[in-house]
Design a protein around this ligand. Structure first.
Ligand code: 5AD
Ligand code: SF4
Length: 464
């Protein structure tokens, strides 16, 4: 009897003390999610390791927004299969949006061992254990369903799980405040892979911000697909995003607060007023326009017009004159003409964005656009338009940075410059990267820096 119990304990121990390596692709939300997965694993006695070489299990947290993001993951899994030849017990898991989209085909076609959608992370330890059992049963495919979980939830927010900060600089951290998206932009796969919109309790968010500040973090970003639709109701009290960010800003004036992403149709005057009111809410708004053509915006189901968008920008400029603005732009969406493309370049110039994330349209199976519209702009033309957009943005960023020369900014010191170990880099409230001489500063300090020079991507300055 004693021997049997000892054997069971030994077996459990052996099954669980595995080395797990988590690899993250895609958006900031995925980085925050990997921290949740890490926490669940740690609580279940798995060992987190920092290289794939040490791993018994490699979990890849994935993005499905564009086809090239998915291709990269398929290639990575393919490369890992050769590692499996040397290390047959190695398990490969796919997490996140690609897991949700491709489900069991990842097991059948890519030969991965574990598939966990964005709402299945509480079960990750169980899924790894099930995959281990299958391995021991010589890949009995009858059981492979047991290591797949892609059930989407209407409630899951993981609010009680305090994530582990992975790959951290000890200064900046993300807090996921809500999950899912219900906007159904016609090109976008996210509403299908991340499910219904749901908000975390504001208490748990404020508590996480307080804990991060106590650990020395100075810059946090509140994350959601559309943070402006954050809403949490308790005992008749309704907390919207403006109220939430105010509560987080009040944690400490030395804690910088940022947020991403805002949908132009939902950004409110109350939020702009709150950003203006608090010095520690960063003067930087990411407000994706996607296109400058009303015909495209309607086809994209964005629910605003160029005129509505411009009004929001004017309101921001009036209330927060030093606010930096960035955007997402898609080139070559279905039926986009040269005039539509020019309209996108026009709105970019009109706003004078400080930075932008620019993409060529990638058709995603299952979306409204894939079902209803022809992906009729040729690949060549998409690339040509995208390059025009990138060139324009480079010029706009340079113009914006040149305007900063001679001005002094408060900069949070974030780390050593990659190119010169005698220099540090930090960011302004406007999210611009500044390089300066180290002198007596330390990571985490707030310092005043006067800007002397710039490129389109970076400011260079001297400490005042
Ligand atoms: N093709 C290209 N870009 C896309 N995005 C979302 N879906 C697609 C797609 N199918 C872009 C949008 C969004 C950003 C996160 O990714 O610009 O704001
Ligand atoms: Fe996708 Fe639109 Fe939701 Fe953003 S708001 S995640 S682009 S559906």
């Amino acid at each position: 009897m004693i021997i049997v119990v000892f054997f069971i304990i030994l077996q459990k121990f052996w099954m669980k003390m595995k080395n797990v390596y988590i690899e993250t692709y895609g958006c900031q939300m995925n980085q925050a999610d990997s921290g949740i997965v890490a926490k669940v694993l740690k609580e279940n006695n798995f060992n987190l390791v920092s290289t794939d070489k040490q791993a018994d299990v490699i979990l890849i947290n994935t993005c499905a927004v564009r086809d090239n993001a998915e291709k990269r993951i398929h290639n990575r899994v393919h490369d890992l299969q050769s590692l499996k030849k040397k290390k047959p017990y190695l398990q490969i898991g796919i997490l996140g949006c690609m897991a949700e989209r491709l489900k069991e085909s990842l097991v059948k076609e890519d030969k991965v061992d574990i598939v966990a959608g964005p709402d299945s992370y509480r079960k990750i330890a169980e899924l790894i254990d099930n995959a281990t059992k299958q391995y021991k049963q010589k890949h009995d495919l009858k059981h492979f369903e047991q290591s797949i979980d892609v059930e989407l939830s209407k409630e899951e927010t993981y609010e009680d799980i305090i994530p582990i900060e992975l790959n951290t600089d000890g200064i900046s951290a993300f807090i996921s405040i809500m999950r899912g998206c219900e906007n159904f932009c016609s090109y976008c796969v996210v509403p299908y892979t991340r499910g219904r919109e749901r908000s975390r309790s504001y208490q748990s968010i404020v508590e996480q911000a307080e804990n991060l500040f106590l650990q020395g973090y100075k810059d946090i970003t509140l994350l959601g697909q559309n943070v402006n639709s954050y809403i949490y109701e308790e005992n008749g009290e309704k907390i919207n995003f403006a109220k939430l960010i105010e509560k987080v800003a009040q944690v400490n004036p030395l804690l910088r607060v940022r947020f991403a992403t805002s949908h132009p149709k939902d950004i409110s005057e109350e939020l702009i007023d709150t950003i203006a009111k608090y010095d520690n809410i960063c003067k930087y708004i990411h407000l994706p326009v996607q296109s400058g053509s009303n015909r495209m915006l309607e086809k994209m189901n964005r629910k605003y017009t160029v005129e509505d968008y411009k009004q929001k920008i004017e309101m921001i400029r009036k209330k927060i004159p030093d606010c930096a603005l960035s955007t997402d732009v898609i080139a070559g969406f279905c039926s986009e003409t040269i005039e539509d493309h020019r309209a996108t370049m026009d709105i970019m110039s009109w706003v004078g964005y400080d930075s932008a994330y620019m993409f060529k349209y990638s058709e995603r199976p299952g979306t409204l656009a894939a079902k209803k519209f022809d992906d009729d702009v040729s690949e060549e033309e998409k690339i040509r338009r995208l390059n025009e957009i990138i060139d324009l943005q480079r010029e706009l960023s340079l113009q914006s940075n040149r305007k900063d020369i001679g001005k002094t900014f408060e900069v949070l010191v974030e780390g050593m410059s990659k190119r010169d170990e005698n220099k540090y880099f930090g960011r302004t409230s406007q999210n611009k990267v500044v390089i300066f001489d180290k002198q007596n500063t330390r990571k985490g300090d707030y310092i005043k820096v006067k800007i002397d020079d710039c490129t389109s991507a970076t400011l260079f300055g001297s400490i005042c």
